[in-house]
Write a protein that binds this ligand. Structure first.
Ligand code: RP5
Length: 160
């Protein structure tokens, strides 16, 4: 199975990254976690993106806050799908990171999820990997059915 790369701009992003790690573990998807910054370690971020396809990755999740250029910088150096997670790590509550991540120029897409939306990033990465993996696709469908059943259980428990 192809791996998912989780790249964060700083170790301070780890509490958000943990949510993606947890969900990938639940799905049994192999992953690697790295700290590479678009600004502080641009050469390492570029090298990772350039080598990711050959290294067996099928998708990359990039988490960054503030002037969050990491997802775009990785996407500029690979044709693998890049999922951007804007991290709430500043006085602007993550809106800065959201706009920096989502407003990519035509030709270099980043699939941006919600501020701190690392769980959805992991689910989307899983869905991308699952396009070539029937067993994983079935697992994701089961997971979604369980989530729906949990909502319906809560509805049934309402006293009206
Ligand atoms: C971004 O700046 C990082 O992704 C992080 O969200 C934010 C703050 O980084 P630290 O100053 O905590 O290392 O590049």
């Amino acid at each position: 199975m192809k791996k998912v790369g989780i790249v964060m701009g700083s170790d301070s992003d780890m509490p958000v990254a943990e949510k993606a790690i947890e969900r990938l573990k639940d799905f049994g998807i192999p992953y690697e976690v790295h700290i590479y910054s678009a600004h502080r370690t641009p050469a390492q971020a570029k090298a990772f993106a350039e080598g990711a396809e050959a290294a067996g990755f099928g998708a990359i999740i990039a988490l960054a806050g503030k002037a969050a250029h990491l997802a775009g910088a990785l996407a500029a150096n690979t044709t693998l799908p890049v999922i951007g997670v804007p991290v709430k790590s500043s006085t602007l509550d993550g809106l800065d990171a959201l706009l920096s991540t989502v407003q990519m120029p035509t030709g270099i897409p980043v699939a941006t999820v919600a501020i701190d939306g690392a769980t959805n990033a992991a689910i989307l990465a899983a869905q991308i990997i699952a396009t070539g993996d029937e067993a994983l696709s079935a697992t994701i469908k089961e997971d979604r059915a369980k989530a729906a059943a949990a909502v319906l259980e809560k509805d049934a428990a309402l006293s009206n």
